[in-house]
Ligand binder design. Structure first.
Ligand code: AMP
Length: 194
């Protein structure tokens, strides 16, 4: 089973992906986490993406597709994955489609967590005030969030439109509690699995 979880930054994709990963025993493929790992390791990719990530812009499609292709070739991805924060551009969506065609795979669920952007800005403001500076992500502050939301609207919303046009997009209210959102996601998956 392959799932794409869409949604603006700070909507809770990471949290929900982890819950889905645990319940259905699938790996969570967060491109953001993979890039942060590359930065922590001081790898060549890490050095290339560090500044871009801190600015709130998107990393190049080429780097993202290299990272994703490599990860999809790992054994633990054989029976399915949860994409968290990918695809984020039309080009990434098209590349994923091609790769999946070649691998004989399909996307089973495309779920969008939708929420008013003001809720996200308030959420990040609260998080910043409750987290010690050393524990904060460099891009997790209200200023950079505004930039990331602009980037989301300009570059990621068109991908959503594409999936919506195919009649494949399921939209959930991302302002609900973590448990309510995960209950809805599990209900969608279990219904089809049965
Ligand atoms: P995230 O942890 O998903 O919020 O991603 C943090 C940052 O990593 C983003 O603001 C981008 O700079 C970069 N990033 C993560 N995933 C992608 C992607 N699929 N395409 C381009 N950039 C990405």
């Amino acid at each position: 089973m392959n799932i794409i979880l869409f949604g603006p930054p700070a909507v809770g994709k990471g949290t929900q992906s982890k819950l889905i990963a645990k319940k259905y025993n699938l790996p969570q493929l967060s491109t953001g986490d993979m890039l942060r790992e590359a930065i922590a390791q001081g790898s060549e990719i890490g050095r290339k993406v560090s500044k871009i990530m801190t600015s709130g812009e998107l990393v190049s499609d080429e780097i993202i597709m290299d990272v994703i292709k490599h990860r999809l070739s790992c054994n633990d991805c054989a029976s399915g994955v949860i994409f968290d924060g990918f695809p984020r551009t039309k080009s990434q969506g098209e590349s994923l489609h091609k790769i999946f065609m070649q691998m004989g795979k399909k996307i089973d669920y495309i779920i969008e967590l939708s929420v008013d952007f003001t809720v996200l800005i308030d959420r990040v403001k609260a998080r910043v005030s409750q987290t010690a500076p050393a524990d904060r992500r460099p891009d997790d502050n209200p200023e950079i969030l505004k930039k990331r939301l602009e980037v989301y609207e300009a570059q990621t919303a068109p991908v959503l439109d594409y999936y919506r046009g195919l009649g494949k997009l399921i939209t959930l209210d991302g302002a609900l509690s973590i448990e309510s959102v995960s209950d809805k996601i599990f209900a969608i998956i279990d219904c089809k699995v049965k």
